[in-house]
Design a protein around this ligand. Sequence first.
Ligand code: PEP
Length: 253
Amino acid sequence: MKQLIAGNWKMNGSLEFNQALLTALAQGLETAPRAEVALCIPAPYWAQFRVLCAQYPALKGVGLGAQDVSAHPGGGAYTGELAAAMLRDFDCRYAIVGHSERRQYHGETDDAVAQKARQALSCGVTPIVCVGETLADREDGRTFEVVKRQLAAVIHANGPCISEAVVAYEPVWAIGTGRTATAEQAQQVHAVLRAQLMAATARADRVRILYGGSMNAANAADLLAQPDVDGGLIGGASLKAADFLSIIGAARR
Ligand code: PEP
């Protein structure tokens, strides 16, 4: 299975900025990329992405992703929410769930994240389930306990369907800080998550476990070479075409 390199644009972009970024990415992706590529773009720009996909065939293989999805089924009084079925209508292949910024600023609990993953899976959208410890958790020696608790909630709500999900290990202290987990630190946590998945499904080998947290052109090759690192979730560096393309080029074959 190819590694997956997913960009998380967060609340960045504009029509003009996206046009330039996606055009540059299209040029860079003209030769078959080493990895599967996805872009989690703010929803108002999905139509722009589709227009550019029609214009640049190299973008056609890029999976569209949402940055969140509602924990509720479609239809209902949930102002501001996007249902998984709506994502499906727009051919979204992925939806990030449980990003630490959502857990921190929007109070998302493990249970809410599990329900979001469930909604996505029920509509054929692949959830990218984020887990990760804070710096305080790490310093207290609670890294494994925290990530296992976060993943356990999603496994509990989804059973063996977890084999259809993607997991992203994103240490909170590494997101947007320029401070990256070492390849060894990432591998250690990924191996723990893999073992947890193996206890839940016979198909744990097909669950891609991404690393996210200040991955960049300089450190990507080392991180992506680890046996249980199946790709990356990239924030800041996904907003610069050259950096994002370098990360894609660093994927393990
Ligand atoms: C992220 O937001 O998922 C992320 C990994 O951000 P950054 O790469 O900027 O640390």
